[in-house]
Design a protein around this ligand. Structure first.
Ligand SMILES: O=C(O)c1cccc(C(=O)CC[C@H]2O[C@@H](n3cnc4c(=O)[nH]cnc43)[C@H](O)[C@@H]2O)c1
Length: 254
C-alpha cells in the first residue's frame, strides 16, 4: 500500500504523531531525516523538514521520489489574519496556497508573477503563477470530519511568506490582497511539489498566533501544534476504517 507522507517544519509539530507511529524506523534521504512506520494499519512517513520554503520543497520532493506517497499532509502552526474569525488553537485547512513574496516591487507597489509573465511552474500548457490549488477532495473530507466531531475548522486561502508578518498592518494588507485567512512559511512549497508530482495535498494547521503587532508572549505554539496533530490523527483513523466512516465516500477529483 502506498504510504501517507506527513510534513511539518519542526519536530515540536510532530510529537503526538511520532507517539502514535508503531514499528517506527528512522531513515535519512538527502540529509532529511524521517520516520517510517504505521498508524493503525496505514503506512505513514513523518518528516520535520525544517522552516521555510527551501526546506519544505526539498524534503517533500525527496520523499515523494523515494517513497511514492498517495497523499501528503502538511501540518503545524500558522498565523491567522485579522478579520479571519480564527483564534489561537483553532484549525484551518487550505483551499489554495499563495506564494506571497514572489513578485516585483515597482514604483506602483508590489506586483505578482502573472504581472511579470513568469509562471512559477507549467503543467502542460497550464501556467501556475502565485496561486496553487490543493486537493479539494481531501479538504472536503476534513471539513466533513470536523463537522462530525463538532470541531471548528475554517477553509480558505493561505499565504506562504519568507518574511513573517510582524505587524497588524502587514497582516491586513496580505489578507485583503489575497483574500486569505492565514499564513505560514512552508505551505505553498509543499503544495507546489505535490501538484507537480500528481500527489494529493492536504494542509491543516493550528493557529499559534494572530498576525498583529509582534508580541511573542501572546503566542501558543504547543496548543496549535497539538490541535493540528489531534485532528490529523482523527483524519488518519477515518482513512483507516472507511467501513466505519460517517461519511459518504466521494471519488477523488481528476
Ligand atoms: O519570531 C518571530 O517573529 C516569528 C514569526 C513567525 C513565526 C515564528 C515561529 O517561531 C514559528 C515558525 C513556524 O510556524 C509557522 N508560523 C506560525 N505563525 C506564523 C506566522 O504568523 N507567520 C508565518 N509563519 C508562521 C511557520 O510555518 C513556521 O514553520 C516566529
Amino acid at each position: 500500500m502506498q504510504p501517507i507522507l506527513i510534513m511539518t517544519a519542526v519536530p515540536q509539530e510532530m510529537t503526538l504523531l511520532e507517539h502514535a507511529l508503531t514499528n517506527a524506523v528512522r531513515q535519512t534521504a538527502t540529509a532529511f531525516e524521517y520516520a517510517e512506520g504505521t498508524i493503525g494499519t496505514l503506512p505513514v512517513l513523518l518528516c520535520a523538514g525544517g522552516v521555510g520554503k527551501i526546506n519544505a520543497a526539498a524534503a517533500t520532493a525527496t520523499l515523494i521520489e523515494r517513497c511514492r506517497p498517495h497523499l501528503v499532509i502538511n501540518t503545524g502552526c500558522a498565523g491567522a489574519y485579522p478579520g479571519s474569525g480564527l483564534s489561537i488553537g483553532h484549525l484551518a485547512v487550505a483551499s489554495n496556497e499563495i506564494l506571497g513574496d514572489e513578485g516585483v516591487l515597482t514604483t506602483g507597489g508590489w506586483r505578482d508573477l502573472r504581472f511579470m509573465e513568469l509562471p512559477s511552474f507549467m503543467q502542460g500548457k497550464r501556467a501556475y503563477h502565485n496561486e496553487i490549488p490543493l486537493s479539494k477532495h481531501a479538504a472536503e473530507k476534513a471539513m466533513q470530519l470536523a463537522d462530525y466531531y463538532g470541531v471548528l475548522l475554517m477553509r480558505g486561502r493561505f499565504v506562504t511568506v519568507s518574511t513573517c508578518s510582524g505587524t497588524r498592518q502587514r497582516g491586513e494588507t496580505l489578507a485583503r490582497h489575497f483574500n486569505a485567512i492565514a499564513e505560514s512559511m512552508e505551505g505553498a512549497a509543499v503544495a507546489q511539489i505535490c501538484l507537480r508530482s500528481g500527489v494529493d495535498c492536504l494542509e491543516i494547521r493550528g493557529i499559534s498566533n494572530l498576525v498583529v503587532d509582534r508580541d511573542m508572549s501572546a503566542w501558543d505554539i504547543p496548543r496549535a501544534a497539538e490541535s493540528a496533530q489531534r485532528f490529523v490523527l482523527k483524519y488518519l483513523e477515518d482513512l483507516d476504517r472507511p467501513e466505519l466512516s460517517a461519511f459518504v465516500q466521494v471519488a477523488p477529483e481528476r
